[in-house]
Design a protein around this ligand. Sequence first.
Ligand code: C2E
Ligand code: CA
Ligand code: CA
Ligand code: CA
Length: 284
Amino acid sequence: AKAAGGNRYELADADSDARAIARHSLTNRLPAALDNGEFFIEYQPLVALGDGTVRGAEALVRWLHPVHGVLGPDQFIPLAEGTGLIVPLGRWVLEEAARQARLWRDAGTCREPMRVNVNLSPSQLRYPSLVADTVAVLEDAGLDPSALCLEVTENALIGADERELRPLRQLADMGVDIALDDFGTGYSNLSYLRRLPVSTLKLDRSFTRGMQSAPADPVDVKIVEGIVSLAHTLDLSVTVEGVETGIQAAHLRMLGCDTAQGWYYARPGPPDRLCALSLVDAAS
Ligand code: C2E
Ligand code: CA
Ligand code: CA
Ligand code: CA
């Protein structure tokens, strides 16, 4: 922007000042927002590509800000991560999601035992009581560890050594499913993948965009094919995100992906919708 000079420079500058002020005021309000119960969770179904049944849902946090309305996680998670508030906020999300998963199970109206996926930020991963806290949350909710999947991004794990991976390994040994989120966007090499205590790869949306309409992008097809075959060799299941069209879903099913998530099935929404969706596929 500097090179452009003149008015454009001033405009860009004023703009970035305004953004910095907005970020600052959002950051300051985060603790009160948590106290006041301004956060809520939307759930997006995870669908088995083989038979089309709903198997669970990812918990996605939102902030109902009294002035700005609903804010998405991209607007405040990085701020919470920067101040450490992500730890209590993430714990709240986990508690809430575990309570919800227990309700789905108790309702007995869902066709399959529902699982819930919860995102873990890098600070939560490094937090000393991660394992103890997670165990406590599961016990309070009366939820079996196998009903929980924790999603960690590939980038959060890159370079982690055995000691740093120990908490995740402990959780995995207890039966918690660990998913590697945004897979393919980081730089982890394949031999490293073998050493991680993960059971699911969540393939980033960027790899499946080329399959939204026919004909599919042949390079994307090859890449997904390669990843699926690698994952299955390592005994990992593959979830694809950002499935927006039926054509895409058909391609991904043909390529052997196990589970899908995206607007084609449902946008993120309130928790009670999940069992209703599940009953719809039981009827069809
Ligand atoms: P993510 O974990 O990769 O979550 C998937 C994002 O893709 C969600 O955005 C979801 O709404 C969006 N999405 C789902 N289906 C489609 C589709 O078909 N097309 C397109 N274009 N997008 C789709 P959202 O809800 O805005 O969340 C953004 C990110 O915020 C998440 O990315 C995750 O990294 C983070 N996040 C959300 N909730 C939490 C949380 O409780 N804790 C932490 N640490 N991070 C969270
Ligand atoms: Ca995720
Ligand atoms: Ca993702
Ligand atoms: Ca993402």
